[in-house]
Ligand binder design. Structure first.
Ligand code: BGC
Length: 482
């Protein structure tokens, strides 16, 4: 297990710092997961994935394994102009995307970011969709696209029970959203109703896409062997191509279908109790959705900063930091932003960044405090990377066994701020995957705007398939090219 060595940056004789190090390490111990533990976590996830795929067991499954009705990847004949909406990360975006057949390229023509204020994130569903419809109207005007009724790809990055590609029932909100009257409803309907309430423009077909699927599809355009999409950002999740014969909830045995695992819900049945720390329990308790998305709360950007804050606070209470004096800022939930972790772990400027951040948080720090803060960040982000690795290894091992292969070579399309911005998260994740899935050779491809271009790609593929088959039911029988 990687650890930042505290001692080299400490001044003076080592005696007292050594005992401090040991005491700090004792508090951080529960975050350190051995390889055996990670293998065990992976085995538990494997069981939960099987439960989620089962016809009669999926209702009770905490890992939902949602069919996405995406069975085909781009074949290069897709073309046209599309609108894409992207809701679920830090911002809401509207995009105009052009798929060029000849060059097999996806061009982002233009895009606009609209903030979603906190009162809308926590208000009524009607208000949220009115806001989305208003942003879309503004964008259509600015692009002079009003009146064109373009097909729309909607990246809606929340767990949805998808009935068809254009019918998607929200199971539950995650990541700080909690709008009333949306859970249990068809999101496409809510969007269309909001557009009809305005009555000043219309959209044609809508394809609903999870961000993991958009990520897989956008990478699939560049690399045919990309059959997994993974997000480690505000939230975390992955999708992959599963054999239809294992997707017991959907008719048909042939080919493959992309399954949105919703691995963020892993542990919601209590099966990760031994892995959770007191800090995870506190984060869960004070979140807006206690008891759900247990795995996500140990891993993703929405929560990592808060975990670090709680650990720093505990160490301060134990008089191991800041001479036992917390500042008002440190006592305030949410004050330690997840981006601070990346900044503090920067290899060259990390310690300097730590000092600046601790000053910003009004803490009376010394060099030892800055080193300890760095160690805490490293410990929390390492655990996140290793847990993600355990989950990803479960998927790649499953694909290998599904196909009866001794060795699997595959590509994962990845996106998300934690993966992209943290200085060593990706290295650590990849190293752990190598250990946990030794018979798989996994390439990681950072997606180029999977939530935008990927959504357009899914829509384009859906359009192609819609055009080829008489009714959406026939989609059940289409063979997959992947
Ligand atoms: C959602 C997933 C999404 C992930 C990454 C989670 O909170 O449940 O649907 O893919 O965040 O954005």
């Amino acid at each position: 297990i990687k650890q930042i060595d505290l001692l080299p940056c400490l001044p003076g004789p080592f005696g007292s710092e050594l005992s401090l190090t040991l005491q700090v390490q004792k508090h951080l111990e529960p975050f350190r997961l051995s390889l055996e533990k990670l293998q065990d976590v992976s085995a538990r996830l494997r069981k939960d994935m099987i439960r989620g795929l089962g016809k009669h067991s999926h209702h009770r499954a905490s890992v939902k394994m949602l069919p996405t009705f995406v069975r085909a990847t781009p074949d290069g004949t897709e073309k046209g102009d599309f609108l894409a909406l992207d809701l679920g990360g830090t911002n809401f975006r509207v995009l105009h995307v052009r798929v060029l057949e000849e060059e097999q390229r996806v061009l982002k023509m233009d895009s606009q970011i609209c903030a979603i204020p906190q009162d809308i994130m926590l208000g009524t569903g009607e208000k949220l969709f009115d806001h989305i419809a208003a942003c879309l109207a503004e964008f259509l005007d600015s692009q002079k696209l009003r009146g064109q009724t373009l097909p729309l790809g909607f990246t809606f990055s929340f767990p949805c029970e998808q009935k068809e590609i254009d019918k998607s029932i929200l199971i539950r909100w995650t990541k700080g959203f909690n709008c009333s009257g949306v859970e249990g409803e068809d999101v496409v309907n809510l969007l269309k109703e909001a557009i009809h309430r305005r009555g000043d423009y219309d959209i044609s077909s809508v394809a609903m896409v999870n961000d993991t699927v958009g990520t897989m599809m956008s990478c699939g355009y560049r690399d045919q062997s990309c059959e997994i999409g993974m997000i480690i950002g505000t939230g975390t999740n992955a999708c992959y191509m599963e054999e239809m014969k294992n997707v017991k909830r959907v008719e048909g045995e042939d080919g493959r279908m992309c399954i949105n695992t919703e691995w963020g819900g892993f542990g919601d049945d209590g099966c990760l109790k031994d892995v959770l720390t007191e800090f995870d329990e506190e984060v869960d308790k004070t979140s807006i959705n206690p008891g759900v998305h247990t795995f996500e709360k140990m891993i993703s950007g929405m929560y990592l900063g808060e975990i670090v804050r709680l650990v720093l606070l505990k160490l301060t209470e134990e008089k191991l930091l800041f001479r036992g004096c917390p500042s008002e800022a440190l006592l305030t939930p949410g004050s330690f932003e997840t981006r601070f972790i990346s900044e503090i772990e920067e290899p060259d400027s990390g310690l300097e960044n730590a000092k600046k951040i601790l000053t910003k948080l009004d803490l009376d720090w010394d060099l030892v405090d800055a080193c300890v803060a760095r160690l805490v960040c490293d410990t929390v982000s390492s655990r996140s990377a290793r847990l993600c690795a355990a989950a990803l290894a479960t998927i790649v091992n499953r694909i290998r066994i599904n196909r009866g292969l001794d060795h699997l070579k595959t590509t994962v399309g990845v996106d998300g701020t934690v993966y992209r911005k943290h200085p060593n998260f990706s290295d650590e994740l990849q190293a752990a995957v190598r250990l946990l899935a030794p018979k798989c050779d996994v390439t990681f491809l950072i997606s180029e705007d999977g939530s935008g271009k990927g959504a357009a790609m899914v829509t384009a593929v859906a359009q192609r398939v819609w055009a080829c088959w008489a009714s959406p039911d026939d989609l059940f029988h289409c063979r997959v090219t992947l």
